[in-house]
Design a protein around this ligand. Structure first.
Ligand code: AMP
Ligand code: MG
Length: 883
């Protein structure tokens, strides 16, 4: 075996020489080969490492502009661009795929670099590491940007290649069917060697470029961040790896850890986990960050190290077993020896990790990722960063296998991908073709569709209960109860509403402008209205024009301006007949009468705001579905509208029940309490955009309650009662309204288990929804958020109907009832990295009004979870808008 594998090494080296690979590449291969022969598995056992301790968070790094510029002026961007996108069914360079707005990965990378150069006035070279398969196609795309190349540097260099080996005798494999498949790139760890062998490292250093930012070209979040660059320079670091906080769904990617033997930081990738140790690797509490594969390196340190070691950095090998033809699982098995770029962290004394926001890790690995990035959930800002257009977590997308490869994907979204702004999840079973302008709302499940029509709004479909098994049969789930409520409701009728009363309402019909804006040609400057031709000669020598009049804003000039004439004019004043331009007063002697001396020529239309430039009469200025805000109101008013057709604002009447209740401010007798629900529910309704009225409290008497409701129903669009819905002897809401159109049910939630809902009959048979909420203030509040608010939003036709849930990290553990969805109260804030953290308030009982008022969020513990520990991620529903 030994002799045979020596033979294998010789045969491989021979092939590499014949392929023209340099001595460094061959030394590295020999080094790997020796490791392989020595039985190296390339694993890092758990007992040899400790979790990465506290590290710097990028959000806490403070950098002055001149430091950032200084650091960037010495930095180059290197993109690993050898990927072929085989996982997405592509044969060429993955980065040539269109990602967004007609731009490929490479276009966006080029534009990001050009934007940084302009913003910081730096040279910032961009260099791709290509494979021989990706070079030509990639350079063709970059050729669109003539300013991109930097003197003395190529736009790319080609990574090395090595033979694939037979596992039994470690001989280079033979595959005459396609001899190119006998070769593989030695992993992205090859970047360091190829930087040297290509001469790019020396060329960069010669230009005074000392640092390089290395990242994958499919990760558009990896822009050359000036703050990281400056931090690295300030601390004189040889090597910096970016890491992100790991969530439950990131159990796969590699992580950094500290090697016990020498205290150095090491990278443990998936392939480096020792057998039987997957549970440690997956433990996101123990290894709480993952490697984003964005790396910063000091090129001088790299050159020193490479020179000292004859080009062998000594990266740990990764032994990959694949088929010689990756597309053919029946082709012979081969060994590919690879190294990972990120493992170089262990080579340099003083390497550091930095915690960066998730936005710096946005790789497109699957067509699911592609759909989200192409959709309107993201847009490109003016630095070509990919930014979310809405708050909250990215929608979860799971497309069927028909969409897995790019050609199948493109064929099924011929007119673009759906709108995902209001979508929390999209799951597609089957292979429908999607029409134009499709919108996904909330959780969307497409199952059994043959095609999705143009303009379809998806998401009204039943969602399976989160965990039916955990829910006893006499309970409704939260989702079932909400669905039952919403199914009875239609958007409110529409009516013409004055502008000052329409704030927050949804426009029901497109509105067209009644006028041109501006309504007449007018001046944008104080100056003189002239005929441009009169000043043709003024570029060489001053020209004198006769002043024939003056026009101020609001005037209607009766005279006209002829050749050789001028009229004094003020900003906003109409341009008199005959004039076609304005010369600014600064370019004249400012004469009020007689003759004015003009010292500049002007082109026609200079400083003239033409009629209809902003809005042409008859064009649509506000579309159905838009929410009326201050700026909409400005536009409507400017275009001649005193009001707008909107969905009516619902009127909510709030009624409390309980003999113990006393109005706030009144003295309390024995056993009495102040009625806090009335004003709380009133405020919540107004906050949701409704109009509201407090009816006050009625005692626990069926007769009084029914009399109050008879009165309320004459003017209410929605009634909210609180109290009297549980099992007690005086729970009169329940006893009085059962059988009168109101259903009383138990909902699998905590707090808020007893709920009543149904339709009362108002004047003319109008259905009036009534919510009978439990009496404990916290239960009442949670019930409002979970059921009443979405209902009010549906009546107002506001989207989304449900508040979006966002992930937050729990700071302390909580316990919960099994089988019920718990809505706890928490104070949520933003951590330095920009993620949300949730601190549960002390008093989780339904009667703690003070703790309720301190909270700014509800956290949601699912039905099948009974305990959450500190550090786990929960969904939170933010109660205040800004955060
Ligand atoms: P009930 O559902 O009527 O049994 O009420 C449950 C608890 O909530 C009792 O402790 C009531 O005193 C209290 N409660 C009911 N209505 C109100 C209210 N409007 N304001 C404050 N507390 C209330
Ligand atoms: Mg009561």
């Amino acid at each position: 075996m030994m002799a045979m594998s020596d033979q294998g090494l010789r045969a491989s080296v021979d092939l590499m020489r014949r392929r023209g690979l340099g001595p460094e590449a061959i030394s590295v291969f020999e080094h790997y080969f020796e490791q392989l022969q020595a039985g190296a598995l390339g694993t890092i056992p758990e007992d040899s490492i400790e979790p990465l301790g506290d590290i710097q968070a990028l959000g806490e790094v403070k950098v002055a502009d001149d430091e950032a510029r200084a650091a960037l002026s010495k930095t180059a961007v290197i993109k690993l661009n050898g990927g072929l996108g085989t996982g997405m069914g592509m044969t060429g360079a993955k980065s040539a795929l269109e990602v967004k707005d007609g731009l490929t990965f490479l276009d966006i990378i080029a534009l990001q670099v050009l934007a940084l150069r302009e913003r910081w006035d730096v040279e910032l070279p961009l260099v791709l590491m290509n494979s021989f398969r990706t070079s030509e196609e990639s350079l063709k795309i970059l050729a669109k940007y003539p300013d991109l190349p930097v003197q003395g540097l190529p736009l790319d260099f080609i990574q090395s290649a090595e033979p694939k080996l037979r596992p039994d005798d470690l001989m280079p494999v033979q595959w005459p069917a396609d001899p190119e498949l006998e070769w593989c790139p030695p992993g992205h760890g090859d970047v360091y060697v190829s930087l040297v062998t290509s001469g790019v490292l020396d060329a960069l250093l010669e230009k005074g470029i000392r640092y390089a930012f290395l990242s994958n070209s499919d990760n558009l979040g990896a822009t050359c961040d000036p703050d990281v660059a400056a931090w690295m320079v300030e601390h004189g670091l040889p090597y910096v790896a970016e890491v992100c906080r790991r969530t439950k769904s990131d159990r796969k990617g590699g992580h950094l850890a500290v090697r016990k033997s020498d205290g150095r930081i090491v990278l443990r990738d998936t392939a480096m986990v020792a057998e039987g140790e997957e549970r440690f690797f997956r433990d996101i509490k123990r290894h709480s960050t993952f490697n984003a594969n964005n790396v910063w390196i000091d090129l001088e340190v790299l050159r020193e190290r490479m020179t000292a070691k004859q080009g062998v950095l000594g990266l740990p090998i990764i032994v990959n077993r694949k088929n010689v033809d990756p597309a053919d699982p029946s082709s012979p098995e081969v060994i590919q020896m690879e190294s990972a770029m990120g493992t170089a962290i262990e080579v340099f004394e003083g390497s550091e990790a930095i915690l960066v926001p998730r936005t710096r890790f946005r790789p497109v690995k699957t067509t699911n990722d592609l759909l989200v990035i192409r959709s309107d959930f993201f847009s490109l800002d003016d630095g070509y960063h990919v930014v979310a257009t809405v708050d909250g977590p990215e929608p979860y997308v799971d497309l069927d296998s028909a969409y897995r490869f790019v050609p199948g994907f493109e064929k099924r979204f011929p007119k673009g991908v759906p709108s995902m702004r209001d979508c929390t999840s999209l799951r597609v079973i089957g292979d429908p073709v999607f029409g134009r302008n499709v919108r996904c709302v909330g959780d969307v499940l497409i199952d059994g569709y043959r095609r999705v029509l143009d303009d379809a709004v998806l998401g009204e479909l039943p969602v399976p209960a989160t965990s039916p098994a955990a829910t006893p049969r006499d309970l409704r789930t939260v989702d079932e109860h909400l669905k039952a409520i919403l199914s009875t409701l239609e958007p409110s009728p529409t009516e013409w509403t004055r502008l000052t009363e329409a704030l927050g309402l949804v426009v029901a019909r497109d509105v067209r402008s009644k006028v041109d804006l501006p309504g007449f040609d007018n001046s944008s400057m104080d100056g003189y209205a002239v005929r441009a031709e009169s000043l043709a000669a003024a570029a060489d020598a001053p020209v004198r024009l006769r002043v024939v009049g003056e026009v101020a804003a609001g005037d209607d000039p009766a005279f006209s301006v002829g050749p050789g004439e001028a009229a004094r004019i003020m900003t906003g004043a109409p341009i008199p007949e005959g004039a076609d331009a304005v010369i600014a007063v600064e370019d004249t002697d400012g004469a009020a009468s007689g003759e004015v001396e003009c010292r500049a020529s002007v082109p026609r239309h200079r400083y003239v705001r033409p009629r209809g430039e902003d809005v042409a009469s008859g064009t649509v200025i506000v579309s159905a579905g838009e929410v009326v805000g201050a700026r909409t109101i400005a536009l409507l008013a400017a275009c001649g509208h005193a009001g707008v057709e909107v969905h009516r604002r619902p009127h909510v009447v709030v009624l409390s029940t309980g003999t113990e209740l006393v109005e706030p401010g009144e003295p309390l007798g024995p056993g009495q309490i102040h009625d806090s629900n009335s004003s709380m529910l009133w405020a919540a309704a107004v906050g949701a955009g409704a109009s509201a009225e407090v009816r006050g409290a009625v005692g626990d008497s069926e007769k009084d309650l029914l009399a109050a409701l008879d009165d309320i129903v004459t003017r209410a669009d929605v009634v909210i009662t609180s109290g009297g819905v549980s099992m007690g002897a005086y729970d009169v809401v329940k006893s009085a309204l059962r059988g009168k159109g109101i259903d009383f049910v138990k909902v699998a939630m905590q707090p808020g288990k007893p709920q009543g809902y149904g339709l009362l009959t108002g004047p003319g048979g109008k259905p009036v929804p009534l919510f009978a909420l439990p009496g404990n203030p916290v239960s009442s509040f949670v019930s409002f958020e979970v059921f009443v608010r979405p209902a009010l939003r549906r009546l107002m036709r506001l989207t989304p109907e449900k508040r979006r849930l966002r992930p937050a990290t729990l700071i302390s553990g909580v316990e919960s009832y099994g089988g019920r969805r718990q809505f706890g109260r928490a104070v949520v804030s933003r951590s330095a990295e920009g993620t949300l953290v949730a601190v549960p308030v002390a008093g989780q009982g339904s009667h703690f009004v003070a703790d309720l008022s301190r909270a700014n969020a509800l956290f949601v513990v699912p039905e099948d979870v009974t305990e959450l520990v500190a550090g786990e991620v929960v969904d939170v529903l933010l109660l205040d808008k800004e955060m």
